[in-house]
Structure formats: structure tokens, C-alpha cells
Design a protein around this ligand. Structure first.
Ligand code: PHE
Ligand code: FE
Length: 291
């Protein structure tokens, strides 16, 4: 999930110059395919009525439950026909510039491995379940597809301006942990939420976290946690609205942000459009490390 960190400085043995590797679908074991099926079935008990239509429609369109880990050679033609995106495999977290170049060219980099059966609920690095189940369905939505490409290009620009931490927060609070409005109430669309059985419930139902209407500059100033449930979620009105808001020139915003202080995860500010004033009880009790 932390797409802005990396382990290697150059493509490791066996990876291409753009860091891609083959998926080698035939190499997955029956246990690994079973892990996918187990995780998929579990999420489908939870997500109807919680996940956004864009996500649920994308799942259906790509038929990600055909049995076991999806074969990229099967899903890529469908995804490409819908929005021009493809999924490629990478050996782990890749450098920022590589990540942005893939997004800017409508390629989503995915881990090749799947978590072990004793890690169903939590793992530190994104695996193929997080990347493909969590991220890829949203890429079937034309506006989200445009947003992700624009993000890649925006990342290349932000890197040059020294404002990557600010831009990374936008990714975190939308692509990974975003909530959106729907006529029937709040829905989740962030990949970090929809791929997690526990956070899929926590993000919508728990009284602990703050839930605040999306504000671009507010989000870009807000710190985030990578090791536990979020303490704040931001709500977009719609994917179209997110796209419209982010297509404008960030130059003046980056300038204003230079002098602005970072906002702690649990803060509620005077100008916030607060939908839930969280109790922060979960975090106060020690989060996932609570006794
Ligand atoms: N509009 C942003 C810029 O001018 C680029 C961007 C688009 C960033 C969409 C994120 C998402 O830099
Ligand atoms: Fe992710």
C-alpha cells in the first residue's frame, strides 16, 4: 500500500528495465489459488451495500472470481478494451519514478505474490490480492481511469518540485482509503479498504475515525498512518468531482503548501466539513496492538 517506498535501487535480477516481470501464472500453487478464492468470498460477504457501484461493477466486468488468482493474459484484454489500462507485474515496491511512469502510461503495477494463509488479515507489503482485487476494478471506471493516469503525470511533476509527500497524501486518502457519497449513503472505494475485511467495516461503521468532506489542500496537508486503520477518512462527492478537482493546475497550491503545517491524523479543523466527529477510541486503545 505504501506505493512510494522501495526496496531495490535498480531492477532486480530477472526484471526488465521498467521493473516488470512475468506473472508466470502457471507457477501458482493450489494453496495460493485457494487463498485468492477465500479472500474473494470473504469480501463478497461484506462489500455489497458498502463498496461503490464503480468498484462492484468493475469486479463483475473483469470476472475476477473465475477461479483462483486471475491470469493477467485473460483480464488485460477486457480492461484494455474498457479504459485502455493494463496490469503488469513487478517484484515488489518500485521507485517513485518507475511507479509514476507506469501510471502515466495506463499500466498498473501489481505484486506477483499472494499472502500466506496465516496472513489473511494483515500484511505489510501489497500482494496481488490487494493490487488486483483492490485497485483494478476501479480502473474500469472511465473517470477513475483518467484520474489515475493524471496522477502518474502529476507525480512526475511533483517529484521535480520536491512536493511528493503532499501528492502522496492525495493518493493515500483517495486511491487507497477513499470514501464516496452515493444516493444510498457512504460507500468505500479505496483499495486499502475494499481489500481488507476488517477495515471495510471499520471505515463505514466504527465511531472512532473522523469522516470529513474532501478538500484538496486539507488532504495534502494531512499525515497518514501505514500500520493500522486510518484515523480520518475523506469523502468525495463522486469520481467525476474528484477528477474535476484534481485536473486543475497544482502549481499555486504547491506554493501555498510550502508554508503550511502538516495536520495530525486525528485533528479536526475549524473549516472542516465534518460528517462524523470520531471518538478516536480505537486508536486510543492501542489499535491492532490493543491487549
Ligand atoms: N493537476 C495536477 C498538477 O497540476 C496533476 C494531478 C492530476 C495530480 C490528478 C493528481 C491527480 O500537478
Ligand atoms: Fe495499494
Amino acid at each position: 500500500m505504501a506505493d512510494f517506498e522501495h526496496v531495490f535501487d535498480a531492477p532486480p535480477e530477472g526484471a526488465a528495465a521498467d521493473w516488470t516481470i512475468g506473472q508466470d501464472w502457471a507457477s501458482y500453487t493450489p494453496v495460493e489459488h485457494q487463498t485468492w478464492d477465500t479472500l474473494y468470498a470473504r469480501q463478497m460477504q461484506i462489500l455489497p451495500g458498502r463498496a461503490s457501484d464503480a468498484f462492484l461493477n468493475g469486479l463483475k466486468a473483469l470476472d475476477l472470481n473465475a477461479g483462483g488468482i486471475p491470469d493477467f493474459e485473460v483480464i488485460n484484454p477486457k480492461l484494455k478494451a474498457l479504459t485502455g489500462w493494463t496490469v503488469v507485474c513487478v517484484p515488489g515496491l518500485v521507485p517513485d519514478a518507475v511507479f509514476f511512469d507506469h501510471l502515466a502510461n495506463r499500466r498498473f503495477p501489481s505484486g506477483q505474490f499472494i499472502r500466506k494463509p496465516d496472513q489473511l488479515d494483515y500484511l505489510q507489503e501489497p500482494d496481488i490480492f490487494h493490487d488486483v482485487f483492490g485497485h483494478v476494478p476501479m480502473l474500469t471506471d472511465p473517470d477513475f481511469a483518467d484520474y489515475m493516469e493524471a496522477y502518474g503525470k502529476g507525480g512526475q511533476r511533483a517529484a521535480g518540485l520536491g512536493v511528493l509527500p503532499q501528492l502522496a497524501r492525495l493518493y493515500w486518502y483517495t486511491v487507497e482509503f477513499g470514501l464516496m457519497e452515493s444516493p444510498d449513503g457512504l460507500r468505500i472505494y479505496g483499495a486499502g479498504i475494499v481489500s481488507s475485511a476488517t477495515e471495510s467495516v471499520f471505515a463505514l461503521d466504527d465511531p472512532s475515525p473522523n469522516r470529513i468532506g474532501f478538500d484538496l489542500e486539507r488532504v495534502m496537508r494531512t499525515l497518514y498512518r501505514i500500520d493500522d486503520f486510518q484515523q480520518v477518512y475523506f469523502i468525495i462527492p463522486s469520481i467525476e468531482a474528484l477528477k474535476a478537482e484534481t485536473l486543475r493546475d497544482f502549481g499555486p497550491i504547491y506554493e501555498r503548501l510550502q508554508g503550511a503545517s502538516d495536520i495530525p491524523v486525528e485533528a479536526v479543523l475549524a473549516g472542516d466539513d465534518v460528517r462524523t466527529r470520531g471518538t478516536q477510541t480505537y486508536a486510543a486503545r492501542g489499535g491492532r496492538f490493543a491487549a
